[in-house]
Design a protein around this ligand. Structure first.
Ligand code: ATP
Length: 333
């Protein structure tokens, strides 16, 4: 892990439990990670994994029970003013802008509360509005904009000040495909140009894959993975295979299902198509078993794993490890 004082964001042993006694929910448990300056991090996890609690704890909106959080070297609980001086966030569900004010006025306001002279940052605002396709709406009140445009105004407001560490919760939520792509490109460009450190939480794997240097995956209040997208996918060392067979007997199919982890089984007329995630040893074992059953193989294609698959596997195994009674079957071993 990067050194405490060199990290843009440093989290060590963070734990937060809501409620007490029987109703206690530990939303985040002993979470540690660090983000280097200029890094773009994706925060992923299923519903209830603890992402919002973690973000709010880092931002000082939730007081953790244990742990240390530092931003650009300053402890957020001991020296909040210093720690948050160059930090801004766009949180999901929170109204980030003043709806009666125009787009331009919002930007000026947010720059001003970050201690910036609006006249000095006028150029930055102009280019932000142009890039986010908001320039023609600069004098429109935010309440009169579409949902997608409001989302973009929120983002522009976050970037309007002199920020160097930015947290974005679901920044592309509710945007159409084109606006979402445009926003992603702009985020990449802005982070590069301004050297921003960005933490982005999203359920959209494409967004994460597209713009993040590294991914932190949470499940059940813990970090279950912290690596680059490429490394997470490569870590599986398991290729996927899509296999189509003809006239397979139900008993034989049941036997295959018992021995191997088969997914997306489709049957049409005489053909059966299924997918398995398998390393090469498992794949050869599968071909042996199919030969033994004299299965008529129509085709075998390889399927490249992607982040979504890695995510499902990682969060599934951590959930099952928390439930000792869960019996994992048929993984080919
Ligand atoms: N204020 C609260 N009081 C009680 N329990 C809470 C509170 N906030 C969160 N929790 C619980 O903590 C757990 C983690 O919630 P959190 O909102 O951090 O997850 P999340 O990963 O952000 O989920 P989502 O993707 O659904 O937004 C959940 O079980 C949630 O019900």
């Amino acid at each position: 892990m990067i050194e405490r004082d060199e990290a843009a964001i440093y989290v060590d042993g963070l734990t937060k439990t809501f409620g007490s006694g029987k109703n206690a929910v530990t939303a985040v448990e002993d979470v540690s990670f660090a983000v280097a300056p200029g890094e773009v991090i994706g925060l992923l996890g299923p519903n209830g994994a603890g992402k919002t609690t973690l973000l709010k704890s880092i931002l000082g909106l939730v007081l953790p029970d244990e742990g240390e959080v530092r931003i650009q070297g300053s402890d957020v609980y001991d020296r909040p003013q210093q720690a948050y001086e160059h930090v801004d966030a766009m949180l999901e569900g929170a109204r980030n802008d003043y709806w009666r004010l125009t787009v331009q006025e919002n930007l000026r306001y947010f720059a001003a509360i970050h201690g910036q002279n609006p006249a000095v940052v006028a150029d930055r605002h102009k280019s932000l509005l142009e890039r986010l396709d908001l320039d023609k709406k600069a004098d429109t009140a935010v309440r009169d904009l579409s949902r997608g445009m409001k989302q973009k105004v929120s983002l522009a407001s976050v970037l309007a000040g002199d920020v160097s560490v930015v947290f974005l919760d679901e920044p592309t939520l509710g945007l159409d495909v084109e606006s979402s792509l445009k926003l992603q490109q702009e985020l990449v460009r802005l982070t590069e140009e301004r050297g921003l450190t960005l933490v982005l939480s999203s359920h959209n794997m494409d967004v994460i894959e597209e713009i993040c240097d590294r991914v932190v995956i949470m499940s059940g209040g813990h970090i279950v993975a912290n690596d680059t997208v490429e490394a997470l996918i490569a870590d599986f060392e398991r290729q996927g295979y899509r296999i189509t067979v003809r006239d397979i007997d139900d008993v034989v199919l049941a036997d295959l299902r018992e021995r191997f982890r088969m997914t997306s089984i489709e049957q049409t007329n005489r053909k059966t198509r299924f997918e398995i995630a398998a390393d090469s040893a498992t794949f050869y074992r599968l071909t042996d078993v199919m030969e033994h059953h004299e299965i008529d193989i129509d085709s075998i294609e390889t399927v490249q794993p992607d982040l979504a698959e890695a995510f499902v596997e990682l969060t599934k195994s951590s959930e099952s490890s928390m439930k000792p009674n869960t019996i994992e079957k048929g993984d080919g071993d």
